[in-house]
Design a protein around this ligand. Structure first.
Ligand code: G3H
Ligand code: 13P
Ligand code: ZN
Length: 315
């Protein structure tokens, strides 16, 4: 089915508006009804555009038909400015599958490949996606941490600013994820003084003015949730995210999509752990899932207001 039949939009106009008006569009990962409805309620209540991100493993977990059934149930309109985006697609087939399901945007992540192979895979996906007016994201340079259950990389290699113009021209991708020191998961920095590589971001943005740049691995890792998880039986040690002020600085420097997954996972788990502990006599999953959903809703609102600054941007 065509994504437009679901009331979805691609990311092109979203990013154009974000660049012109100096904010970023939040991309939140979801994997079930609770996470999806929390994200949508937060976007609606703050009048923010939003990108609903689905990893390959999350798509597999939900099943394509169930996922699209839930999207249908949101009764979206193009004025809501909601995109459905495949996060870290690793193959042409994976992107085609998402587009056929009704995704309005796909990421082809060839960052683990050699430069030329990354170009050639990205070109193939972009050509296919553009036939259906689906927007594309590519990645150059790779992030440390876990990008997907199937792909674990420990090392980070920063994006080389000298490569970006060639890459974008050769691939015709609509947006580019870059590596400037963020990483996926909850263990992003060894010390509180570590800073993102703003020098690399500046060199990239100087060479690609007005081109949508994307920041993955951008969770802040709220310590309240980490502490709550540990208080109620969890064991998450030395978890550290990217401080909000550094993220805001990237937005001022042309990052126009900020990806968040881990913060929502922490919000969800903290809620479930606390609720199960405080009301041990309860066994109705809707009790603790409601608390988890509310935690996610509040976390999305905080990130929209304090990081992406995308509240009240809908026309
Ligand atoms: O960037 C990666 C996301 O956090 C996806 O993780 O494959 O476990 O859903 P996942
Ligand atoms: P975090 O692990 O920092 O939330 O990153 C999420 C992400 O980049 C999804 O693509
Ligand atoms: Zn990512």
């Amino acid at each position: 089915m065509d994504y437009k039949d679901f009331g979805l939009v691609n990311t092109k106009n979203m990013f154009q508006d974000a660049i012109t008006n100096h904010y970023a569009v939040p991309a939140f990962n979801f994997y079930n009804m609770e996470t999806l409805t929390a994200i949508i309620s937060a976007a609606r209540d703050t009048h923010s555009p939003v990108i609903l991100a689905v990893s390959e493993s999350a798509l597999n977990y939900m099943g394509g038909d169930t996922l699209m059934g839930m999207i249908w149930g949101l009764k979206l309109r193009p004025s809501d400015m909601v995109a459905l985006h495949l996060d870290h697609g690793h193959s042409f087939e994976s992107c085609v599958n998402a587009i056929k399901l009704g995704f309005s945007s796909v990421m082809i992540d060839g960052s683990a490949l050699a430069f030329d192979e990354n170009i050639s895979l990205t070109q193939t996906v972009v050509q296919y996606a553009h036939k259906y007016d689906v927007s594309t994201e590519a990645e150059l340079g790779s992030l440390a941490g876990i990008e997907d259950e199937n792909t674990k990389s420990e090392k980070s290699s920063y994006t080389n600013p000298d490569d970006v113009v060639n890459f974008v021209n050769a691939t015709n991708a609509d947006s580019l994820a870059i590596a400037i020191g963020t990483s996926h998961g909850a263990y992003k920095r060894k010390s509180d003084t570590e800073e993102l590589r703003f020098d690399i971001l500046k060199r990239i943005a100087d060479q690609l003015p007005d081109f949508p740049l994307v920041l993955h691995g951008a969770s802040t890792i709220p310590q309240d949730f980490v502490n709550q998880i540990n208080k109620f039986g969890g064991q998450i040690q030395n978890a550290r995210g990217i401080p909000a002020n550094q993220l805001r600085r990237t937005v001022e420097m042309n990052i126009c999509k900020i990806n968040t997954d881990s913060d929502l996972r922490l919000a969800f788990t903290a809620g479930v752990r606390q609720e199960l502990f405080s009301a041990p006599e309860k066994f109705n999953p809707r009790d603790y899932l409601s608390v988890a959903r509310q935690n996610i809703y509040k976390t999305c609102i905080t990130e929209i207001k304090e990081i992406t600054q995308s509240a009240n941007r809908l026309k």
